[in-house]
Design a protein around this ligand. Structure first.
Ligand code: ADP
Ligand code: MG
Length: 722
């Protein structure tokens, strides 16, 4: 017999045949060690044993009882498969019922004693246990505390099977090398890894289970903090242009605006200007709800940079937005900079001032530092452009750029030359503070938690199919008053994807740091375009035949899109039917209606973004969330949106509704898979931050902690874009 060690292949274990091996390998489990590190995500509690005679309805209990008989049944009306068992202990007997689990009968032996854990409820007037989990009383996996691990399962790898495999391997946990420095274990009262790895599977008490979880969660969060901490230290080592802010100029600029800056804008601008003055590059995230006026803050930073003869690039995720920034900045800054200082660069067009330029002409102007503020899409990154005096890069709607795009950008920036530009990321996706601490700790944070004064609340209504006529009448009235409307078209695609989930567009709205608006499985562009065309046809021919209805989608050429947006701004048509391309940033002050078709299919964050497209001017604005014909009822999400207009609060609610599991379930978040860490747990997050700071203060390059260093290297592989 082979001696089993941590590095033994699972193929050598008893009872793991080809099929099991394949299933395990799919989960990345190849060695004994991997199996031991396959942690349960919850436990069934068999610890509080009750007697059948003392049971009451409601609540979860565990009983220890002998099986009398087992029967399979089919319910008369609903054709549901039932398994019923009659069980008894010394105080009485009761029924146990499993719904739709016909295979259960095979694993129950008459005359044997089991522990059953589940909910007590009435069944035909008698107390019964519904769908309990159970555990045979003899055998190795029963432990004194009665906490039984429940693992993420699939059809083959059930928790029962995993328990049977893992239990005999537990003695090997003693051989697992410690990964954390002694100092941390002592300072923060953490279990040693061998003990945590053992107790996480079959804990001796609930208390030690919690301690094991804490230790394992701590390690994950600590490694993230360490990674981000090192990245921050490295970033700060670069040289940057020290852009001493021109306070008088900034004040003058602010006083020339048609409105007063909000307090939050002033505070954020100040924080940014302070950073620009330093001789190492800024790395700051400006978070602010839709309409909070982030562009203006960026404009102040760019103005200061340009005024010192240096260059700034403002990156936008779409051409429409790049052009909008160009127009806004050109107009706002015209009295403060020479003509032609502001330019725009996208795949389809280049301009400075009012002049159209060829690509080469534009790049020449960049090279000679004539154009100082460049609004651009990421097309500009693909060019071998030399920015001779690049001092600032602003990434607008940063979540729209992929994680790898972002780190590619950072790497590219840090290789540009002697000086690395200051980096300002802007995002309208507010994430809760603890989460920000956990995943953005390499960034400084500025928050615009205030909307400009005088903004009216956008009236939001969920519209059932029956009320569609009324809604159209209302829109017509608005248009008669001279206003305009957006219609975000419905998504017709409704097939199940490979995971058996409905293909919900825009569902993955609040995953941390990553491509937040990347739908998990989106309909193809083609389908989206077909849908939007159909919607335009219906609206322009049947519903509003007397009005002008235009169309906008992502496949159109940049010029065409820009033309349409300009025409919309110039009120050349009344209604714009669009795909989600208008989701970000676009500013049309005369539009007062946002109608989202098939609203139940969009995520909260995305709906909030759509809504943010209106209510930007002086007029009362409206957002209609229209449900699809036969679509599900207005769910919690839509109701939350109707009630609440604060993006930060919506983010928190989204977190609550969808659970933190969804947060780090997203691979594209750029975070490694966190198995234990709960990103809502601010205590552990804070501890992990403090610990990382402690270690980095002692040894910034981890040379004094070689074990930790190796561990981090391994962990980093889970990061995208590394
Ligand atoms: P976002 O933060 O969503 O990017 P924008 O920068 O597009 O917001 O600003 C939204 C609108 O609010 C723009 O029309 C802008 O001119 C206007 N705005 C910005 N700051 C203020 C302010 N302090 N008072 C009034 N309006 C403002
Ligand atoms: Mg914006």
């Amino acid at each position: 017999m082979v001696k089993i060690t941590l590095n033994t292949s699972i193929a050598a274990l008893k009872g793991i045949g080809y099929r099991y091996r394949e299933a395990l390998e799919k989960k990345g489990i190849e060695k004994v060690k991997d199996l031991l590190f396959y942690f349960p995500f919850r436990y069934d509690d068999f610890s509080q044993i009750k007697l059948i005679g003392e049971l009451q309805a409601g609540g979860k209990v565990t009983v220890e009882a002998k099986i009398g008989r087992v029967e399979k049944k089919i319910t008369f009306r609903r054709r549901m498969k039932l398994t019923e068992a009659l069980v008894s202990d010394k105080t009485g007997s009761m029924k146990i019922i499993w719904f739709n689990q016909p295979f259960i009968a095979q694993s129950l032996r008459k005359g044997e004693i089991y522990r059953f854990s589940g909910k007590v409820d009435f069944n035909s007037g008698f107390l019964a246990l519904h769908n309990p989990s159970f555990e045979k009383m003899a055998g190795p996996s029963v432990n004194t505390a009665g906490l039984l691990p429940v693992y993420h399962e699939d059809y083959l790898l059930t928790s029962r099977w995993l328990r049977r495999q893992i239990h005999p391997l537990l003695p090997l946990t003693k051989k697992i090398p410690e990964t954390l420095p002694e100092l941390l274990l002592k300072n923060y009262g953490l279990l040693p890894l061998p003990k945590a790895a053992r107790e996480i599977h079959f804990p001796a008490s609930p208390k030690i289970k919690d301690a094991a979880r804490r230790r394992l969660a701590f390690e994950e969060l600590f490694l993230i903090q360490l990674y981000l901490g090192i990245r921050k230290l490295k970033w700060k080592k670069h040289l940057a242009y020290s852009v001493i802010p021109d306070i008088n100029l900034t004040k003058k600029f602010a006083s020339c605006l048609p409105f007063k800056l909000t307090l939050a804008q002033r505070r954020s601008a100040w924080e940014i200007l302070q950073d620009l003055g330093k001789s190492y590059p800024m790395n700051r995230l400006l978070e602010g709800d839709v309409g909070s006026g982030k562009t203006l803050v960026a404009a102040i930073a760019a103005l200061n940079v340009a005024k010192r003869g240096l260059q700034a690039v403002i990156l936008a995720p779409t051409e429409i937005l790049a052009f909008q920034h160009f127009k806004t900045l050109k107009q706002e800054l015209q009295d403060f900079l020479p003509l032609g200082s502001v330019g725009v660069f996208t795949r389809s067009q280049r301009r400075t001032g009012g002049k159209k330029l060829s690509k080469n002409e534009f790049l020449l102007k960049v090279k000679s530092n004539q154009v100082k503020i460049i609004c651009a899409t990421h097309a500009v990154l693909q060019e071998e452009v030399k920015f001779p005096e690049l001092a600032l890069v602003v990434i607008d709607e940063q979540h729209r750029f992929g994680v790898s795009q972002r780190s590619h950008l950072q790497r590219k920036l840090s290789r540009l030359g002697k000086n690395v530009p200051h980096l300002l990321s802007m995002s309208a996706t507010p994430i809760p503070r603890t989460l920000a601490l956990a995943i953005y700790s390499d960034l400084e944070l500025s928050i615009l938690n205030e909307l400009p004064k005088g903004r009216r609340k956008i009236i939001t209504r969920i519209v059932a199919p029956a009320n569609r006529k009324l809604m159209y009448q209302f829109i017509r009235q608005e248009i008669k008053k001279g206003r305009q409307a957006f219609v975000i078209c419905p998504l017709i695609e409704d097939k199940l994807n490979v995971n058996g989930e409905k293909a919900l567009f825009g569902e993955a709205s609040f995953a941390p740091g990553g491509e937040l608006f990347q739908p998990r499985s989106s309909p193809t562009k083609q389908q989206e375009i077909r849908a939007v065309k159909k919607e335009q046809k219906v609206l322009s021919e049947k519903i509003f035949p007397d009005l002008k209805v235009a169309l906008l989608h992502g496949r159109m050429k940049g010029k065409e899109k820009e033309r349409i947006m300009l025409d919309f701004k110039d009120k050349k048509f009344h209604i714009l039917v669009a795909t989600s391309v208008v989701e970000v940033g676009v500013d049309i002050q005369n539009a007062t209606v946002m109608l989202v078709e098939g609203a139940e299919r969009f995520g909260l964050a995305q709906l909030h973004q759509f809504r943010g497209r209106v209510g930007r001017g002086e007029h009362q604005s409206y957002c209609f969330l229209a449900l699809s014909e036969g679509g599900i009822n207005a769910n919690r999400r839509l109701k939350a949106l109707q009630k609440c207009e604060d993006g930060f609060r919506l983010a928190e609610q989204d977190l609550k509704i969808r659970g933190p599991g969804e947060f780090f379930g997203e691979r594209q978040s750029g975070l490694p898979d966190l198995t234990m860490a709960n990103l809502n747990d601010s205590e552990i997050i804070k501890t992990a931050r403090a610990a990382a700071a402690l270690i980095l203060a002692k040894s910034p390059d981890l040379s004094e902690y070689p074990v930790l260093k190796t561990r981090l290297e391994l962990f980093k592989k889970g990061f995208h874009g590394e």
